[in-house]
Every structure is written in C-alpha cells, then in structure tokens.
Design a binder for this molecule. Structure first.
Ligand code: NDP
Length: 480
C-alpha cells in the first residue's frame, strides 16, 4: 500500500520534520519557516475552554435495547417496540474538579447519554444521584462557586461549602448521599444513573405523564471508602477512566437497566410532595419502577478529544414523546447547557460528528464560525418557501400545559420539614457500617469550619433524624 506522506494543512508535502529552517547551521530561525510557525500556532490552540462543571470525564459508545413495552406512556420512537436497538454515547464525569483532577474525589458523578434515535438525538443528562443540592437555578452559580476555589489562595474550602449548605436546608438530602460511600463510587461501572429531574412523556393519544428515569447498574453498586478514595487520588487520578476503558477493551461490557417512574399528569396537583422539586425523590411505594430497556457500553472512543471532549450534552436535545416539566432546575439547564456548548465549541457544535444526529437535518440555520459542512448549499435558507421543503412535521406537537398564577419569585411550596424527611429516610435505610462511614466523612469535612456554621448545619441533621444529628454532634465533640 502506498504510504501516507506528511503534509501541512494546505496539503504541501513536508520534507524535513526534524530541523527548523535557520540562517546558516548556527543561525536564528527564519520567519519563513512556515512549517514551524503553523505547527506551533496549532499547538498553542490545542486546548478549548473546559466545562465550568463536569470538566473531567470519560466516555464510550454503546447501544440501548428496549425490553419492555411502555408505549402506553410515550410515543417516542426509541421505545416503539421490544427489541429495538438505538446507538448511544455516554459520558461520565466528576463535577467540581478541573480537567486533570482525580476521578475518585468525593463529588456527584455525571452520567450523560446521547441516544441517536431515528427521530433525532435525545440526551438524558443525569447524575449518579436521584436528587440535587438546590432546586432553583438562580442559586446554581453561587453553589458551584462554593465547590470551586477561593478567590485569594485558589484553595478549595470546606468553610465556604458548609457556609452555603448551612443556609440551604434543601441540600441535606443530596449531602447525605454525597458523604455516604456513594459519594466515592468505585469507578463508573458500579454506580446507578438518574435523570434526577422530572420530565414528561406524551403518548399516541396526546396524553401527558410525568416521568423520572433510573439507570441501575447491572454490575452492582460498589463504592470506595474514604481512605481508599484518597489513596487512589494520589496513586492513580485516572482510576475510573482507566477502569471503564480497560473493561470495554477486554470485552467486559458494562450494562445498566433503565426504569421509569410514571405519574399521571393530574396527580401532580394533589401529590403531597412537589413532584417538580429536584431535591426530592418519588418514593417507590407510590410510583414503582417500570423496566424499559438495557444500556450497554461496548465501544471505546478512538479519539478522546473528538468523541469525549467534544461531546456536547444538553437536556434541550429531546424527541417527540419526551418533554420537559415545570422543574425549575431543569428549566435553568435548558438555557445553560446549550449556552455552555456554544461557548466551548462554537455555534455549530451540533455539526461535529459525535453530536450530529444520525438522521438528515434540514433547517435555515446558516454560517457561523467553523461551519464545515456544505452550509445548506444553494437550498433556501428561509421557510416557508416555494419548494415546500423543509416542511413542518405533523403529529409531533405536545398537548397544551396548564399554568396559572401571577408572575413572581416564589419559594418552593414545601413546608420546612419536607426538606429533611427524605434525608432522614435515606439515613435510616443505610446499614450501621454505612451510617458510621457517613458520619466520619461528614465530620472530616466539617472539622475546622467556623463554629456558628457547624451549629446551624447540625440543626438540619437533627431535624432529619435525631440519631443522625446526635451521632454527628458526638463525632464532632459537640455537646448540647
Ligand atoms: P425504597 O426502599 O423503595 O428505595 C430505597 C432506594 O434507595 C432504592 O432505590 C435503593 O436502590 C436506594 N439505596 C439503597 N441503599 C442506599 C444507600 N446506602 N445510599 C443511597 N441509596 C440507597 O424507598 P423510597 O423510594 O421510599 O426511598 C427512600 C429513600 O431512598 C429516599 O428518601 C431516598 O433518599 C433514597 N432513594 C430513593 C430513590 C427513589 O427514586 N425513590 C432512588 C435512590 C435512593 P439502589 O441500591 O439500587 O440505589
């Protein structure tokens, strides 16, 4: 076979890639060494802005196979028949750390999957926890700042973290998961994934259901204890990345079973828990898990940057039969995710091979930086037009959503105790040894934090469960 030869970006063949062009054997480099200039200039621009959250990640291609009929709830074509297979790409991540940070840090894990359906891309952009720290997107930048670094020393700060949490009682449920051993999962294969937010399904009769998505690991839950996680952060900061890549390379393909919880649309009005509050779960006793299918990861990326770094997930990527809900955090993410991708990758990020739907996309969007396809050729860039194409589709609209009330800035309509009930339930379902680890992990994080902050936070733990509060107070050496 003919050998490929080395070329510059314009196609010019390179005859010497070892020696710069100089004025004489000992003289300075010439400006006209266009090979050197181009090579350095390209290298200088290799890094793109890292994601403000979820910067460190790993990903893999896979498939989603339907195993149960849920067409009574959704008309989404991905679920149309048992046995139907859809190609996927999944990216796992930590949240607060930078692109080179340790995989085993105590942090929620991102679990985002792009389903390349025959109706366009659907992204389920979730975490390994069913709830979140806050439920109003207005608080998101403040919350994330506390997870990042101090403005002067550039150090992380438990004081900042607990200062914020002690003033955000709705965080306690997620804090309880985070400081349990589930806050340090043993790689990405042994954790569950959750859509976390409430979404909606629309069926063939145009009826709406509220839905929560769950992805349960078939490998079984496996967590690291705190000391192991800290050790691994030093010995192998890429522990989870390596584990995922090597398992897939060896043909040991990880799988997750997808389940949904379904709430009829009108239940939302009377259900005692606000179903659009992302700091709360829907108890299984009220809304049991319904099996949907299996996600299998079976192909590693060939190029990390092209496939993982450039992968752009957004909850705005949805298909007919799947919709949003009044969940305020979800509404905030509908803005911030595509906005982040436009900033990171440019306005045409959906044209990149990893993000492009597998179906043909025709619309009037044109130009913009890095438009690297035919830019719509000579086809009309407006609609309606005389050719009749692209035409609006029939049957993909949603039923109207009833909303009422005066525009205002409302707090979530829960009574104060409802912020603590599920945190207490979670604490009580943990076996004794896990409760002990949780208390140790919490105390480790709170030690050294200003007393009044610790005292305020402690109140929340007592309210969740008096045993939870007193165990933590005892560990911290606080008597009352
Ligand atoms: P259930 O007893 O029906 O479910 C308990 C859930 O907790 C299961 O999903 C279980 O599944 C998960 N779980 C078990 N051990 C732990 C642990 N150590 N840390 C975190 N999660 C664990 O009760 P409810 O549905 O009434 O929920 C009770 C509490 O369970 C909730 O307050 C919530 O904190 C937690 N939970 C609930 C979920 C839900 O969607 N209802 C989902 C996850 C947690 P698995 O081990 O497969 O994760």
């Amino acid at each position: 076979m003919k050998k490929k030869i080395l070329r510059m970006d314009n196609g010019k063949a390179v005859y010497d890639n070892q020696n710069s062009l100089t004025a004489g054997p000992r003289g300075p480099v010439l400006m006209q060494d266009i090979l050197l200039m181009e090579k350095l200039a390209h290298f200088d621009r290799e890094e793109i802005p890292e994601r403000i959250v979820h910067a460190k990640g790993a990903g893999a291609h896979g498939t989603f196979t339907v195993t149960n009929d849920i067409t009574a709830y959704t008309k989404a074509s991905i679920f149309s028949e048992i046995g139907k297979v859809t190609e996927t790409f999944t990216r796992f991540s930590t949240v607060g750390g930078e692109r080179g940070s340790a995989d085993t840090a105590r942090d929620p894990r991102g679990f985002a999957t792009k389903f390349y359906t025959d109706e366009g891309n659907w992204d389920l952009v979730g975490n390994n926890t069913p709830v979140f720290f806050i439920r109003d997107p207005l608080k998101f930048p403040d919350f994330i700042h506390t997870q990042k670094r101090l403005p002067d020393s550039n150090l992380k700060s438990n004081e900042m973290v607990w200062d914020f949490w002690s003033k955000s009682p709705e965080s306690l449920h997620q804090i309880t998961t985070l400081f349990s051993n589930r806050g340090t999962p043993d790689g990405y294969r042994h954790m569950n994934g959750y859509g976390s937010h409430t979404y909606s399904f629309i069926n063939g009769k145009n009826e709406r259901f509220w839905v929560k998505f769950h992805l349960k690991t078939v490998q079984g839950i496996k967590n690291l204890r705190s000391d192991e996680a800290v050790r691994l952060a030093g010995e192998n900061p890429d522990y989870a990345t390596q584990d995922l890549f090597e398992a897939i390379e060896a043909g040991d393909f990880p799988k997750w079973t997808m389940y949904v919880q379904i709430m009829p649309e009108t239940d939302a009005e009377s259900y005692p828990i606000n179903p659009f509050d992302v700091t709360k779960v829907w108890p299984h006793a009220d809304y049991p898990l319904i099996e949907v299918g299996v996600l299998e990861l079976n192909r590693n990326p060939e190029n990390y940057f092209a496939e993982v770094e450039q992968a752009a997930f957004s909850p705005t990527n949805k298909v007919p039969g799947i919709g949003f809900s009044p969940d305020k955090m979800l509404q905030g993410r509908l803005f911030s995710y595509p906005d982040t991708q436009r900033y990171r990758l440019g306005v045409n990020y959906n044209l990149l091979p990893i993000n492009r739907p597998k179906i043909e996309v025709e619309n009037g969007y044109r130009n913009g930086f890095m438009r690297f396809d035919d830019n719509g050729g000579n086809r009309p860039n407006y609609e309606p037009n005389a050719t009749g194409e692209p035409a609006e589709a029939a049957g993909v609209d949603e039923p109207p959503l009833k909303v009422c009330g005066d525009a205002d800035r409302y707090a979530y309509d829960s009574d104060e105790n409802s912020d603590f009930a599920q945190a207490g339930a979670l604490y009580r379902l943990m076996p004794k040894n896990e409760q002990e680890d949780l208390i140790n992990n919490l105390a480790g994080s709170m030690r050294g934090v200003r007393e009044e902050i610790v005292e305020t936070a402690l109140e929340f733990f007592y309210k969740a469960d008096s045993g939870y509060g007193s165990a933590l107070a005892k560990k911290l050496g606080i008597t009352r």
